[in-house]
Design a protein around this ligand. Structure first.
Ligand code: C5P
Length: 392
């Protein structure tokens, strides 16, 4: 990657204090960083701080005379390999979505001939406001890369979506944006999370899958430029919003969603921990405690992955196997039984619920281990593997 020149735009939000750390990390990674700040940003953090960290004068004024030809918006944007706006306030996002150019930063964004990446940061209600969501959709269709936001505790004391991503994550996403988009034009259908098989109105059968691995794979696939349809069982996670997410509960619903969406897909990745059985007779009402024992009849659920792999013209199918023992033998057996080009094996004790994992990839070439790492790192390695070895 050519680690060259970034323009970092800072707009007015409390997350601006994190921009100082972002500059430090980008410089450490070898980028040159030219900072441009809005007036509002200067209320949160001083240009002097950013100047010290970037080692360059900071621009705040459209009418700045430092630029020899008097056209800072053209000069700064022409020198940039990418423009990053972090934090991007709701107001600035609205400006970008509408092509307004009433200060230096908005003008140089409009005048750019390079990629634009923004890291939204705002109160959760501002983020969820239909106007902001409309503006974000507009920016996505204009080709702007949206990084985050994250959810969690906010400076105002509320909790929800709208936190700016941490500088480390932004640095990673900026680096990724320079990578070749190996899966651009590819359509991926995937399942993630557990399923919930209702027994009665309040009880059900489920499992301990958190959905973390599946959601990380979804994120990694999006980063490589794929279009992703994520069919997800119940999880506590927020799906990357560039994915088309279909929320389901039961294996039967997951199966229906997959059947409806599989046509035209290039890759199918079955990460979901699908319940193998459901109760034969779901009770609409809560079952009363009437006798000393209760017998439930369980019947098998459809095998979604096996169905897709057996289609006449199947997508490239990737399965997962979580085993508690004999991982290598069981995983390879499963791959052959379901006729999969690639199967990802992991130990249930290592994988379920945790933030990191270690996995083995089984394909016709043998076993390829991916050593212990956080799930997003593994997901990125897996998607690179799929893109390079398998599906394209
Ligand atoms: O449950 P099993 O170990 O066979 O799961 C292996 C793979 O098959 C996983 O990728 C899982 O998502 C998929 N699967 C499925 N439908 C099922 C059971 C498993 O798609 N009913």
């Amino acid at each position: 990657m050519n680690k060259s020149h970034l323009v970092l735009g800072i707009t007015g939000g409390i997350a601006a204090y994190k921009s100082a750390e972002l500059v430090r990390q980008l410089v450490k990674q070898g980028y040159t960083v030219q900072v441009a700040m809005t007036d509002a940003a200067c209320h949160f953090i001083t240009p002097t701080t950013l100047q010290a960290l970037s080692g360059k004068p900071v621009y705040t004024d459209q009418w700045d005379a430092i630029i020899p030809n008097g056209m800072p918006h053209i000069n700064l944007s022409r020198e940039a390999d990418a423009i990053v706006v972090a934090p991007a306030s709701a107001d600035f996002i609205a400006k970008l979505a509408n092509g307004l150019a009433d200060d230096l930063l908005s003008t140089l964004c409009l005048a750019r001939n390079c990629p634009l990446l923004i890291a939204p940061a705002m109160n959760k209600e501002m983020w969820l406001n239909p106007a902001t969501q409309r503006n974000i959709k507009q920016l996505i269709s204009d080709g702007v890369q949206i990084m985050g936001p994250d959810s969690g505790i906010q400076a105002c004391g509320e909790t929800g979506m709208g936190r700016m991503l941490e500088p480390e994550r932004l640095t990673q996403l900026i680096a990724d944006s320079f990578q070749p988009k190996l899966l651009s034009g590819k359509k991926i259908l995937m399942t993630a999370g557990p399923t919930y098989e209702a027994i009665d109105a309040v009880r059900g059968i489920t499992n301990r899958s958190s959905g973390k691995m599946g959601y990380a794979i979804c994120q990694a696939a999006l980063e490589l430029g794929a279009e992703v349809i994520l069919v997800s069982g119940p999880t506590a996670l927020t799906a990357p919003f560039q994915a088309k997410t279909i929320e389901v509960q039961s294996a039967a619903q997951m199966f229906d969603a997959v059947k409806c969406n599989v046509a035209g897909c290039d890759i199918f990745i079955a990460v979901a921990a699908v319940a193998d059985y459901r109760v034969a007779q779901e009770s609409i009402q809560k079952i009363k405690k009437s006798s000393s024992s209760l017998t439930l009849e369980l019947i098998p659920n459809p095998d979604i992955l096996a169905y897709v792999a057996a289609l006449a013209n199947p997508p490239y199918c990737v399965g997962f196997a979580a085993e508690s023992e004999n991982l290598a033998a069981y995983a390879e057996q499963k791959r052959l039984a379901k006729k999969l080009p690639l199967l990802v094996g992991n130990l249930a004790s290592q994988a379920i619920g945790s933030d990191d994992n270690e996995i083995l990839l089984f394909d016709d070439n043998g076993i390829h281990p991916l050593p212990r790492a956080d799930k997003l790192t593994l997901a990125r390695q897996l998607m690179q593997y799929i893109a390079q070895k398998g599906a394209i």
